[in-house]
Design a protein around this ligand. Structure first.
Ligand code: DNO
Length: 378
């Protein structure tokens, strides 16, 4: 697995590239031009500038999350062709600049959804929380307003400009069924996947979060069967999945380990995180450790190891720890702890497999050079 870390950009993140540099085994930054509205073409000079910034800090920039899909594409409106052309031109520029994976989602209007951004856990840390009984009673306008009030940084998926068109969008989606959404996704993929193939990019759809319909809006990337259907829409390695254990894990009936075995060749990007689902269907995000939630993270890492996974992996949402003031779900500390847990599992599996064949095997050191202390005490 190739470890990467999501970063929202200078002035748009409380974590710095220097801090990320000190987390063991992180090779790349997962990025996006968050200020470019969905549907617009990304300017080449901005892509080049980010690439240089990442490389200077010692990272690659091979994974983008996300190039967002304009609502007119999801709605199947006649204007979609223009937005699809813009999308393709963005992919071409990203491909020319060595981007290998583009994550996106096909959720109508809203991206991820929670009722609380800072719910307290037993240990005093806080985390994102979804209270099932409350969600349907919440006015979506109120939710967008509250989410933005609760964070000083713009939340991707919850940009205030979405509020402007919310009523019109809800009216438009009132006539869109799940089957319509499938058709509109197929139309999008027919146009975009050949362009991604030409550009050396693998598209990786993110599952819906949570994986069921909310506010009466259709949602389709919600289960193993639906992921299978998605892959069959366009049979190409460039039509892939961002397998997010947290999004799918919000439904405890999902067998993520079986998904890894079934879709192994079509998962260029994995999000690994844990959630704890209660009997009433509420869920809270927890530490990555298997025992802290209801998602079998150790089994998931083992499945990736078993299939010889060489794709990109990022730890996903973490708790807010030790008083850290950060973007909800995207602090430094818990994601860094998550990475060490994932590496711990991975290295132990590598060690035990290799030792099975060669009893003196040990995991190779990556230390290439000893850095001299600035001031010597001797
Ligand atoms: C939330 C993220 C999602 C994800 C998009 C991908 O934190 O996992 O917002 O980036 O759904 O397009």
């Amino acid at each position: 697995m190739r470890m990467v870390f999501r970063w929202f950009g200078e002035g748009n993140d409380t974590v710095t590239l220097e801090q990320i540099r000190q987390i063991p085994g992180v090779e790349g930054i997962v990025w996006a031009l968050h200020d470019i509205p969905a549907g617009e073409e990304w300017p080449l000079e901005r892509i080049v500038a980010f690439r240089e910034q990442a490389v200077q800090a010692g990272f690659h920039h091979e994974v983008v999350e996300s190039v967002n899909v304009h609502e007119d594409i999801k709605l199947g409106r006649p204007t979609r062709d223009q937005y699809i052309s813009n999308y393709i031109r963005t992919l071409e520029k990203l491909g020319q600049n060595d981007v290998k994976v583009v994550c996106y989602n096909f959720m109508p209007i809203f991206d991820w959804l929670r009722t609380d951004l800072h719910k307290e856990l037993e240990d005093g840390s806080t985390a994102l929380f979804f209270e099932k009984s409350r969600i349907e009673g919440i006015d979506p306008f109120e939710l967008v307003r509250r989410i933005n009030e609760n964070s000083s940084l713009t939340m991707p998926g919850w940009e205030p400009e979405r509020l402007e068109h919310l009523t019109a969008l809800f009216e438009a989606y009132a006539h869109v069924t799940e089957e319509d959404l499938w058709e509109n996704l197929a139309y999008f993929l027919e146009a975009v996947i050949p362009a991604a193939e030409r550009s050396g990019i693998r598209m990786a759809i993110h599952p819906d979060d949570p994986p069921w319909s909310v506010f009466g809006l259709p949602r389709i990337i919600t289960s193993q069967a639906h992921l299978r259907r998605l892959l069959a829409l366009y049979d190409s390695p460039a039509n892939g999945i961002t397998l997010c254990s947290g999004s799918l894990g919000a439904n405890p009936n999902h067998d993520i380990i079986s998904m890894i075995h079934e879709f192994k060749d079509r998962i260029p990007f994995a999000h690994i995180r844990n959630v704890r689902v209660s009997a009433n269907g509420d869920f809270i995000e927890t530490s990555h450790r298997t025992q802290d939630g209801t998602v079998h993270i150790a089994g998931i890492v083992q499945a990736y190891h078993d299939v010889g996974f060489t794709g990109y992996v990022r730890p996903d949402h973490g708790r807010h720890l030790w008083g850290e003031q950060c973007r909800p779900g995207y602090g430094l500390y818990d994601r860094a702890l998550g990475i060490m847990y994932l590496w711990g599992l991975w290295d132990a599996l590598t060690q035990s497999r290799a030792q099975h064949n060669n009893p003196t095997y040990h995991v190779e050191s990556t230390l290439t050079e000893f850095v001299h202390p600035k001031e010597s005490i001797l």
